[in-house]
Design a protein around this ligand. Sequence first.
Ligand SMILES: [Zn+2]
Length: 139
Amino acid sequence: MTIRIAKKAFDEMRAHAEATYPEECCGLLVADGKKEILESVKMRNVFSGPRHDRYDIDPLELFRADRSVAARGLRIAAIYHSHPDYPATLSRFDLDHSFTWYSYVVTSVPKGRAGDTRAWLPSDDHRAAVEEEIQVVVG
Ligand SMILES: [Zn+2]
């Protein structure tokens, strides 16, 4: 599977990852009917403990964003977050807390600079994830 992301949304997501360093950022990637991601939407990381290796999205904030994009004929296709000083793979914690109907896009942020960005689709049993190829769409 390939996940297509408009360059503007891709760049915004990576800038968000750098801006929140050394804490994790999180947000949503919004797609049209053709499964192309057009927009990124920042979410607050509301995890109550140390946020350098955890994130939590407020369910009410997610619900409101979902309703507002649906009203525009769009949908949330993916959830993104960052991994400060850690590879762009899903952690055990990420898998355990994943929704299997979203893709998960992770940006590694070594020393405060956005590095690899990789996309993952969790399996139905939350035990593993399949990598998806990211295609950045320019223009
Ligand atoms: Zn993670």
